[in-house]
Design a protein around this ligand. Sequence first.
Ligand SMILES: Nc1ncnc2c1ncn2[C@@H]1O[C@H](COP(=O)(O)OP(=O)(O)OP(=O)(O)O)[C@@H](O)[C@H]1O
Length: 348
Amino acid sequence: MIDLRGITQIYQGPQGPVEALRGIDLSIAPGEVFGIIGRSGAGKSSLVRVINLLNRPTRGAVVVAGRDLTQLNGEQLRAARRDIGMVFQHFNLLSSRTVYDNVALPLELAGMAPAAMRERVGPLLELVGLSHLADRYPAQISGGQKQRVGIARALASRPKVLLSDEATSALDPETTRSILDLLRQVNRELGLTVVLITHQMQVIKQIADRVAVIDAGQIVEMGPVLDVFTRPQQPITKSLIDEIVPQELPASVLARVRSLAARLAPGDSGQLLRLSYAGEQAYEPILSHLIRELGLDLSILHGQIDEIQEQTFGSLAVYASGSMARIGAAIDYLRAQGVVVQTVEVTG
Ligand SMILES: Nc1ncnc2c1ncn2[C@@H]1O[C@H](COP(=O)(O)OP(=O)(O)OP(=O)(O)O)[C@@H](O)[C@H]1O
C-alpha cells in the first residue's frame, strides 16, 4: 500500500542544512497498522508527512496505492491525497464550525451536495460515537471527543490510508486507550491501512502490528511488535521498551541472586536467566518440565505477564541451580520452546 524508497529530507535551518531523514526504505502492507516510534527529534513527523507529501522529500519515491506521489502534478496530487486521511496531535479543528461542519469540511471543499454530505457525515459521527454532539463547537467538547471529530473528518473522503501524527499525545491514558481502540476498529471494519507515529511504546503495544524504530533520521530496527518486544536489538529500542518491560532488574532481585549463589550446594552452579516469550505457549508447563525432567532447582524472582495484540507476552527472571550440564540443557530446552533466554551475570 505504501512504499517509501530512499527517502531523504533535508531542511534548510538557520544554522545550515538539517538532514532529518537519511535514506528511509519502508513497505507497509494494505490493512496493516504500522507504528513508527522514536525520541523527540528522531524524524517521525518528517516521515509521516512525507507519506502525503505535506513534506516533499529532498530525494526518494513515495509510492501510495501504486503511484509515486512525487511524480504527480498539483491536481493529481490533490486527488491522490483524498486516499490519505490524517489526524493530528492538536486536532486542528476549526473553532467557528460545529462538530458536524468540521467533519463535513473535506466534503464541502470537494463540492459535495448537502444531502449527500448528510448521508456521509451521519454514519461517521455514529462510528466515532458523537452523533449526540453534532451541534457543539470544539470549545464545548473534551480532548478525546475532539480527536474523535478529527478521526471522523479524516475518514470523510473514504481514504485507504490513515496517518496519525501523535494523535494521542495530548490525551490522558484512559482517553488514549479509547482513541486507539477506535483506530483499531476503523482499521478492522473499514480495512484501512493505519500509519501512526508516537514516542510511547504503550501506543505501539496496544495497536500496531509492526513497528519501525527511528533514530537520527534512520530506521534502526523494524519487525512485528511481538518480536521487537521479545528481542529488542538496539539500545534505543531497549530504552523505549523499558517503559513497559523494565530492562534492568531491581536491586532487590540482584540481592536475592547473591544470597542464593552463596547457598549453592557443593559442586552446583547457579545462573540468573531472563526469559521472555510471546504467543500461545505458557510458562508453567515449560518451567515444570525443567524442574521435573532436568532436575533443576528454579527460583522465580521477578515476572510480568502482559498482553500485546491479544497475545500473551511474558518476561521472567529465574535463578537456576544445578550442575553446569543441566543448566546448559535447560537453556537449550527453553530456546527450543521459542523462549528468548538471556543469561545475566551478577557481580558483587
Ligand atoms: N522546518 C524545519 N526546518 C529545519 N529543521 C527542521 C524542520 N522541521 C524539523 N526539523 C529538524 O529535523 C529533525 C527531525 O524533526 P521531526 O519533527 O521530524 O522529529 P520528531 O521525531 O517528529 O520530533 P518530535 O517528537 O519532537 O516532534 C529535528 O532535528 C528538527 O529540529
